[in-house]
Design a binder for this molecule. Structure first.
Ligand code: NAI
Length: 480
């Protein structure tokens, strides 16, 4: 803590570099900056204590300062051990008006290359705003902050916590240890937090899936807005964001020529579609694996061959998992890959590539090429290259999605925070999406920057289509 700003970041002296990048990012984030202009005067988030667990990048730094501009008190951590941009974390702590010696910004607990123990320690720092107060809002990406509150609450009620559905993942043991340590000093912390919590706004597909699971089981403890399924989020960030950041990650990690290579994309949902386009754009020959006949047919109609992993495991040069599922590329697959095949994941959790099985392969050797790039040498002499230890490689090996697309996602986030915070009691303990007129508003805020000239419906045309001249223009079931 310096000058009453608490923090744990890699190096505060990176703040100037971070601030320069934030200035450029602000120019590329017209939606988020418009939200600042529209809402800063009325301070809708005054009294909000926002706990944020979302990749601590430059774009997130702009989101954090937007929430602060709207009146919120904020504490922030990353939702992934490799995704923090240390200059962004430093800039947020120092703040727009502070200095390295006199920081006056927002508490951040995040650095690139945390251990899992450090990760959960950081996440615990979200829950103490001083004077015995916890957060009353959460911004989540993947649901780890929400998970901790739910597990903490359960622990306080029952004195124990069963492991979550995802199985025996080592991280959950750490969660339990973290909780046990916290509860030893304050055994009603999470009960108080849940009592005052107005809601969570969730960024990603996997986190949203967790929320719906809790809601279905009647276990969700506060309202949630599913930001991911705003059209201006999942059909843009997941797709066009990954189209940019996948190739970026591959290039920064390996510098390998992508043109002409056989690239295998596992999963052809929103992220898979962007991944395939990214690789195709570089001239790779792209094939896809899918379990859903609709997505498989979509891939086929795009001219992509749909295969089983076994068909291409020994001929593929690059393997990218995008499923949000588990056990996609197993150790026995990697044992059969070509020499120096590249294996990376852009799904949220590190369950898609069997890293544990790989490490347990008899006689295997791990060589660090550089941080987040590892060669795994099999006893038969062939190697594979694994990126970011099986975690999100577009954030671990590069800097994630570019500002413009994140402006769409984060404008939804800011509006969802305002919605839940300013309307306590109007939302039940369930999962909601933002209304379509707000989705259309997010898109509208990004048109001028691209020189888009939108056609205006005439009254007659609007009547014919049974829509309002001012929108919304589509029914909720429309799929874009
Ligand atoms: P999605 O549900 O649209 O797509 C996943 C696809 O994988 C589905 O079409 C599904 O049928 C398919 N799939 C599931 N199991 C499979 C298997 N065993 N083999 C082949 N295909 C399989 O989800 P979305 O939005 O594309 O997200 C995917 C993952 O990426 C999630 O974990 C999400 O949280 C994450 N994500 C990551 C981002 C990043 O920056 N790296 C950005 C946005 C989302």
């Amino acid at each position: 803590k310096i000058n009453s700003v608490e923090f744990a970041v890699a190096d505060l002296s990176l703040a100037t570099a971070g601030r320069h990048q934030m200035r450029l990012a602000e120019h590329e984030m017209p939606g988020l900056m418009a939200i600042r202009r529209e809402f800063a005067p009325s301070q809708p988030l005054r009294g909000a204590r926002v706990a944020g667990s979302l990749h601590m990048t430059i774009q997130t730094a702009v989101l954090i300062e937007t929430l602060v501009a709207l009146g919120a008190q904020v504490r922030w951590v990353s939702c992934n051990i490799f995704s923090t941009q240390d200059e962004a974390a430093a800039a947020v702590v120092v703040g727009p008006d502070g200095t390295v010696d006199q920081p006056s910004g927002t508490p951040v607990f995040a650095w690139k290359g945390e251990t899992l123990e450090e990760y959960w320690w950081c996440t615990m720092q979200l829950f103490d705003f001083g004077d015995g107060q916890g957060p009353n809002m959460i911004v989540d990406d993947g649901g780890d902050a929400t998970l901790l509150v739910h597990k903490g609450f359960e622990y306080e009620k029952t004195g124990s916590v069963p492991l979550p559905d995802e199985g025996d993942h080592v991280e959950y043991k750490l969660i339990l240890q973290t909780l046990a340590a916290s509860l030893a000093t304050d055994d009603q912390r999470f009960t108080r937090i849940v009592g005052g919590m107005r809601g969570v706004t969730e960024e990603t597909t996997n986190g949203v899936a967790r929320l719906y699971r809790l809601a279905r089981g009647g276990e969700l403890l506060f309202p949630a807005i599913n930001v991911n399924d705003s059209v201006t989020k999942s059909k843009f960030d997941n797709k066009y964001g990954i189209r940019h950041s996948l190739a970026d990650g591959l290039n920064r990690a390996t510098d390998v020529m992508l043109g002409g290579k056989l690239a295998v994309v596992c999963g052809y949902g929103d992220v898979g579609k962007g991944a395939a386009e990214s690789l195709r754009g570089q001239g790779a020959r792209v094939v896809v694996t899918e379990i859903d006949p609709i997505c498989a047919l979509q891939a086929a109609m795009e001219g992509l061959q749909v295969v089983e992993l076994d068909d291409v495991v020994s001929s593929g040069d690059i393997f990218i998992t995008t499923t949000g599922g588990t056990d996609i590329i197993m150790a026995e697959h990697m044992a059969r890959m070509k020499h120096n095949a590249i294996v990376g994941n852009v799904g949220h959790f590190d369950l898609e590539i069997d890293m544990a099985g790989l490490a347990q392969t008899p006689g295997i050797e791990r060589v660090e090429i550089k941080p987040q790039v590892h060669e795994w040498r099999f006893p038969d002499g062939h190697s594979i290259i694994v990126l970011s230890e099986g975690r999100l490689m577009n954030l671990g090996n590069a800097t994630g999605h570019p500002s413009f697309v994140m402006s769409n996602s984060f404008t939804n986030q800011a509006m969802a925070q305002i919605e839940l915070f300013t309307k306590p009691g109007e939302y039940a303990k369930d999962v909601y999406v933002l209304p379509k007129h707000l989705d259309e508003k997010v898109a509208r805020l990004h048109l001028d920057a691209l020189g888009v000239r939108l056609t205006t419906l005439s009254k007659k045309q609007a009547e014919y289509l049974s829509v309002d001249v001012a929108g919304p223009y589509k029914a909720d079931h429309y799929r874009y």
